[in-house]
Design a protein around this ligand. Structure first.
Ligand SMILES: [Zn+2]
Length: 127
């Protein structure tokens, strides 16, 4: 599953980072997930629950911030949202990677991120 492997990478990254601290527990993890990753929030949360069990992340609240896609056209300078196209019969609405102004190909500037924005944790007392 797409979400599982993505979450495995995220959890590994966080756990690696946590080694630098004497973590008592992690309270909250905030992720930024671009909509163009097509990762489902519910599936990500489910994967997190399973993957965080038996780790210091167990019980942490997972918060997912959806990032709206943004594209940039080199030809006409358009910068903004991405157009979507409905595919009849497939019940699918897919983004179109073309400039809505001049139809040139575009660069995606936002919407593909899958990053950890913050991790809130309680650190053990030094004493
Ligand atoms: Zn354009």
């Amino acid at each position: 599953m797409h979400e599982f492997s993505a979450m495995q990478a995220i959890v590994n990254t966080i756990l690696e980072k946590l080694k630098e601290y004497r973590v008592e527990r992690v309270e909250r993890v905030v992720l930024e997930i671009g909509k163009l990753t097509f990762l489902g929030s519910e599936q990500l949360k489910f994967a997190f629950e399973i993957l965080s069990a038996e780790t210091p992340l167990k019980g942490a609240v997972l918060e997912i911030v959806d990032i709206e896609p943004e594209i940039e056209c080199e030809k006409c300078g358009y910068r903004g949202g991405i157009p979507y196209e409905e595919h009849e019969g497939y019940h699918l609405v897919l983004p179109v990677f073309r400039c809505p102004e001049c139809a040139a190909s575009v660069n995606v500037v936002k919407g593909k991120e899958c990053v950890v924005r913050s991790v809130e944790m309680v650190v053990e007392d030094e004493s």
